[in-house]
Design a protein around this ligand. Structure first.
Ligand code: PLP
Length: 418
C-alpha cells in the first residue's frame, strides 16, 4: 500500500487512536479491565431514561421518524433545531444569535477537524498559520487533526501549588503571546485532561487578546456550558461574535449519536457548513431529533445541571478521598477538580515516564492515560509532561476503587525501585 502524506499522517499510530482502541477493548471486548482510560461518559440511570424517552417520542410520530431516518439534512443541519436552540440560548444568556449562527456536525472531533483546518495550515499566499493553545495540558485529540506541520503552538501554564497535595494551572499571560501567524486560540473548558475550568476573568483576558489580534477564540465546551454543564465551580457560559463555541451531546450521555453543535459568527458558520457538507454530505439526524425533544420538554440545560453535574461531582469527591488514602506517603498532587470527568495526577520527580507507568498498569489490568500525550504544540522540553497521568472517574465506584489501589502500588514501586 502506498499512502499519501495525508494518508500517512492520519493512519499513523496516534494517541487518540490508541486511547479509543483501549476504550473499545475495555468497554466492549474485555470487560475485566479496570477502565479509567478514555472519556466515555458514565451510566446515569435517570439520564439514560430521559434520553431513551426522548428517542421513543421522536420515533412515535411517523412523520418525525421519517424526518429523522429518511431525509438528508441541509448543510448547516436541522433548521428547526438550530432555530429552537438559538431561541433558548438568546432567552437564557442574551446571546445575540439566530439559526444562522449555528451549525450541526457529526461529533465535535470531526467539527474540530473542519474548524482547525479552515483557519490554520497553508494559506493562499503561501504562508502558514497555526492554532494557538493558551495553555497545556490540553485535549490530546487535537494533536493529529491539523493537515500541516507545526500546526499547534502552546504555552506552558503557571502552576499554583495548593496545600501539600493539590495544584492548579492558570494561563501564564506573561508567556502566552499571539503572533502574526496565529490563526485562532483554542481552549477546552473544562479542560480535558485536567478538569481545570479557566476562570471567567482568564477567559475575558483571552477574549480581549483574541479580539485585539483579529483571531477567533475557540472554546471547546465538550464538558462545559451551557450543556452538559459538568462544571463544579462558579463559571459563566461565554459567547460573543469573536467566539466559536463547540458543544457536543457526547458527555450528556450520547456519544453513540455523534452530534456536535457549533455556535459562531455567521460567515464562520457558512464556511463551516460548506466544508462539512463536502466531507460528510450531511449531519446525522438522530442526535438533533433527541435534542429537539429535550428542548421541548425543557430538559436540555436542566438535565446537565440537575442530574449529570451532581453525579460527576459526587463521583469526583469519592475518587479524590480514595486516592488520598491510597497515595498516602507518596509525593503526589491532584489538580483542583473543577469539572469534566477526569482527575489529573502529578507525581513530581517520577523516576519513569508516564507512558511506562501506563504500560505497567495495563499489564496489571488497569487502563489510565499517560500524561505526556496532552501537550500538543509545546516546543520546549518540560519534565512535568512525563510526571502526570489522567484517570476517569466515570466507571462504577468499585472499579475506580480497585484501580486506584493498583495505581498507588505501581507509583510506589516506581519511586522505590524506578
Ligand atoms: C475536550 C474534548 N473535545 C472534544 C471531544 C470529542 O468529542 P465528540 O466527538 O464525542 O463530540 C472530546 C472527547 O472526549 C473531548 O474530551
Amino acid at each position: 500500500m502506498r499512502l499519501s502524506q495525508f494518508g500517512e499522517t492520519l493512519s499513523a499510530d496516534s494517541s487518540i487512536v490508541s486511547l479509543m482502541d483501549d476504550l473499545g477493548s475495555a468497554l466492549r471486548d474485555n470487560p475485566d479491565m479496570l477502565f479509567l482510560g478514555g472519556g466515555n461518559p458514565a451510566r446515569i440511570p435517570a439520564v439514560e431514561a430521559a434520553l431513551s424517552g426522548a428517542l421513543k417520542d421522536a420515533l412515535a410520530d411517523p412523520e418525525k421518524a421519517w424526518q429523522m431516518l429518511g431525509v438528508y439534512q441541509s448543510p448547516a443541519g436541522d433548521t428547526q433545531l438550530r432555530q429552537e436552540l438559538a431561541d433558548c440560548l438568546r432567552r437564557r444568556y442574551q446571546w445575540p444569535i439566530s439559526a444562522e449562527n449555528i451549525a450541526l456536525a457529526n461529533g465535535s472531533q470531526s467539527a474540530f477537524f473542519v474548524l482547525f483546518n479552515l483557519f490554520a495550515g497553508k494559506m493562499t499566499d503561501g504562508s502558514a498559520r497555526h492554532i494557538q493553545l493558551p495553555l497545556v495540558p490540553e485535549y490530546l485529540g487535537y494533536s493529529e487533526l491539523g493537515l500541516g506541520s507545526d500546526f499547534y503552538r502552546a504555552s506552558r501554564p503557571d502552576i499554583e501549588l495548593i496545600g501539600e497535595h493539590s495544584f492548579k494551572y492558570h494561563v501564564d499571560f506573561s508567556r502566552f503571546a499571539i503572533d502574526a501567524d496565529s490563526a485562532a486560540l483554542c481552549v477546552s473548558r473544562p479542560t480535558n485532561p485536567t478538569g481545570n475550568v479557566i476562570a471567567d476573568a482568564e477567559l475575558a483576558g483571552l477574549d480581549e487578546r483574541a479580539k485585539a489580534a483579529g483571531v477567533p477564540l475557540i472554546i471547546d465546551g465538550a464538558y462545559g456550558l451551557p450543556f452538559p454543564g459538568i462544571v463544579f465551580t462558579e463559571a459563566c457560559a461565554h459567547w460573543n461574535e469573536n467566539t466559536v463555541l463547540v458543544l457536543s451531546l457526547s458527555k450528556l450521555g450520547l456519544p453513540g449519536v455523534r452530534t456536535a453543535i457549533v455556535i459562531a459568527d455567521e460567515p464562520i458558520i457558512r464556511a463551516f457548513a460548506q466544508a462539512n457538507t463536502v466531507l460528510s454530505l450531511a449531519a446525522g439526524n438522530v442526535g438533533p431529533a433527541i435534542t429537539r425533544e429535550l428542548l421541548a420538554s425543557e430538559q436540555l440545560l436542566q438535565m446537565g445541571r440537575e442530574k449529570v453535574a451532581p453525579f460527576y461531582r459526587e463521583r469526583c469527591e469519592q475518587t479524590v478521598t480514595l486516592l488520598r488514602a491510597a497515595l498516602q506517603g507518596l509525593p503526589y498532587r491532584i489538580h483542583q477538580p473543577e469539572g469534566a470527568i477526569f482527575l489529573w495526577l502529578w507525581f513530581e520527580g517520577l523516576p519513569v515516564p508516564s507512558d511506562e507507568l501506563y504500560k505497567r498498569l495495563k499489564a496489571r489490568g488497569v487502563l489510565i492515560i499517560a500524561g505526556e500525550h496532552f501537550f500538543p504544540g509545546l516546543q520546549e522540553p518540560w519534565a512535568h509532561q512525563y510526571e502526570c497521568v489522567r484517570i476517569s472517574y466515570a466507571q462504577p465506584a468499585h472499579v475506580v476503587e480497585q484501580a486506584a489501589l493498583i495505581l498507588a502500588e505501581e507509583v510506589a514501586r516506581a519511586y522505590h525501585s524506578g
